[in-house]
Design a protein around this ligand. Structure first.
Ligand SMILES: [Zn+2]
Length: 111
């Protein structure tokens, strides 16, 4: 009974706790110059999370909340955190410096 309750609680709470932090706007990476969407980098490990959820509700919730708090947006190409919105003055300057194609999904190249 206890295990079933934990599984049900995990199934209900997991989507709520894993709220996506992904940015909607296009960004340019200061590290590699690529333009595009971001990826969310999280320190979470599925097996650790599963183990903690199975060991009790509180450890699972705490671990999931910590992972969600520690997650960050990064460049989809090099996973650097140093990204700026393309439509910002700094982003436009970087895009001009890298002479990039701003078509969505196209990776930029250095010259
Ligand atoms: Zn990058």
């Amino acid at each position: 009974m206890h295990v079933i309750l934990l599984i049900v609680a995990g199934l209900v709470l997991w989507p709520i706790l894993h709220v996506s932090k992904r940015l909607k706007d296009k960004v340019i990476c200061r590290n590699c110059g690529s333009i595009g969407r971001t990826v969310v980098i999280s320190p979470s490990n599925f097996w650790v999370e599963l183990l903690l959820w199975c060991s009790g509700l509180l450890p699972g919730v705490v671990y999931t909340l910590w992972c969600n708090h520690a997650a960050y947006n990064a460049c989809a190409r090099c996973h650097a955190r140093d990204i700026v919105p393309v439509d910002s003055p700094v982003g436009q300057k970087l895009a001009a410096e890298h002479s990039t194609d701003v078509t969505p999904g196209v990776q930029a190249t250095r010259q």
